[in-house]
Ligand binder design. Structure first.
Ligand code: ZN
Length: 324
C-alpha cells in the first residue's frame, strides 16, 4: 500500500481525495511577534477559525489540504496538530526553507567550511523532517518547499536548493516551489535542479497561475514538471477571470495531467493580516476554488473527468513523489 504522511499519520494515497496542493494555515514570525504581538493574532480564536474553515471545506468535498508553511514562514506543528485533531480534512505539511535572498545568521556561521565547520544543517533538517518527523511531534513532512523570487538564485537560495535536491534524492519527496512568474524564475529552477539530477517530473513549479505567458508555461510542462495554478483569489496580482481563462486553455490543449490548483491562502498571515485581505483580496480564501472557480470552468466546458485528474490524480502523484 502506498501511503502519504499527514499530520495525523500516514494514510493510503487513495484516501487523499480532492486536494488543495499549496495552502497555508498560519503564516507567522515568532521572533517578531514575541516582542511586537500583532493585534489581529488571537491563538484560541484563530485555531477555531481554522477548524471551522477546514470543516466547511470538507463539507464542500475537499479531502486534503497541503500546508506549505515551512521555516521562514513560521511553521509550528503543535498548532497544526490542534487543528487536525478537530477536522476530518487531512493536513499534509512540508519541509524546506522560504527565503528570497538570505538565510538567517545561524546558517551563515554553521555549515561546511564555515566558522562552525560542520555538515550542512539544511540537509540534516530537511531529511529529519521527512524521515523521522518535525521536532518531537512525530509528524513527518511529505514535500520539500523552496523559493526563488526577483533576486534569482542568490548564494543562500543556491544552498537551500542544493539541500532540497539532496533531500529529494534521499527520500523521493517532490520539490514544490514559489516563483516570481514575471521573471520566469521557474525556468531557472528547472535548470538548477536538472543539473543536480532531480528529474523534472518531481518538481512542482508554483505560482504559475500568476503568468499569462502560454509559451513559458508550456515549456515548463513539456520539460516534465507539474504547474501550480495555486493562487486563485489573489486578484491583487492577477484577476481570477484571467487565471480561469489560462486554466481552461491549458486543459483544452491537453495539459490537464500537469496541473494542480490551490489558493496560497491562509487563516492568518503576519505579512498580509486578515483585515488587509478582507479589504484588498476578498476572494482569497480556501473555499474560492470550490465556490467560484470549479463552477466557472465547468460552465466553460471542462469535464468532471478533467477536474478529477487535476484535483485528485495529479495531487496524489506529487505527494507520492519518486516512490510512485
Ligand atoms: Zn505559499
Amino acid at each position: 500500500m502506498t501511503t502519504v504522511e499527514t499530520v495525523r499519520g500516514p494514510i493510503a494515497v487513495e484516501d487523499l481525495g480532492t486536494t488543495l496542493t499549496h495552502e497555508h494555515l498560519f503564516t507567522k514570525n515568532p521572533e517578531l511577534e514575541q516582542d511586537y504581538p500583532h493585534p489581529e493574532w488571537d491563538e484560541e480564536r484563530l485555531i477555531r477559525t481554522a477548524i471551522d474553515g477546514l470543516n466547511a471545506l470538507s463539507a464542500k468535498g475537499i479531502g486534503t489540504v497541503v500546508d506549505l508553511t515551512v521555516p521562514g514562514l513560521g511553521r509550528y506543528i503543535p498548532r497544526i496538530q490542534q487543528v487536525a485533531a478537530e477536522t476530518e480534512i487531512n493536513i499534509v505539511v512540508a519541509t524546506g526553507f522560504y527565503s528570497f535572498k538570505d538565510l538567517p545568521m545561524f546558517y551563515k556561521i554553521n555549515g561546511p567550511g564555515l566558522m562552525v565547520d560542520r555538515s550542512e544543517p539544511l540537509e540534516e533538517f530537511f531529511i529529519k523532517d521527512l524521515t523521522t518527523g518535525i521536532a518531537d511531534t512525530g509528524v513527518k513532512a511529505a514535500m520539500i518547499k523552496i523559493a526563488t523570487d526577483e533576486y534569482g538564485i542568490t548564494p543562500d537560495v543556491d544552498r537551500i536548493m542544493r539541500a532540497a535536491a539532496v533531500a529529494h534524492q534521499e527520500t523521493g519527496a517532490t520539490i514544490t516551489t514559489h516563483t516570481h512568474a514575471e521573471d520566469f524564475t521557474g525556468r531557472d529552477q528547472q535548470k538548477f535542479f536538472e543539473s543536480l539530477g532531480v528529474p523534472m517530473e518531481h518538481l512542482v513549479i508554483g505560482h504559475c497561475g500568476d503568468s499569462t505567458d502560454l509559451s513559458y508555461l508550456r515549456e515548463l510542462m513539456d520539460n516534465g514538471s507539474t504547474l501550480g495554478l495555486d493562487r486563485f483569489g489573489m486578484e491583487q496580482v492577477l484577476p481570477d477571470e484571467q487565471r480561469i481563462d489560462m486554466l481552461v486553455k491549458l486543459c483544452e490543449m491537453g495539459y490537464a495531467d500537469r496541473l494542480t490548483l490551490s489558493h496560497d491562502a491562509g487563516f492568518f498571515s503576519i505579512n498580509t493580516p486578515p483585515s488587509w485581505r478582507a479589504k484588498n483580496a476578498p476572494n482569497w480564501h480556501h473555499a474560492n476554488i470550490s465556490d467560484r472557480i470549479l463552477p466557472a470552468i465547468r460552465e466553460k466546458g471542462v469535464s468532471e473527468e478533467t477536474i478529477q485528474q487535476i484535483m485528485v490524480t495529479n495531487a496524489a502523484r506529487i505527494m507520492v513523489g519518486r516512490r510512485a
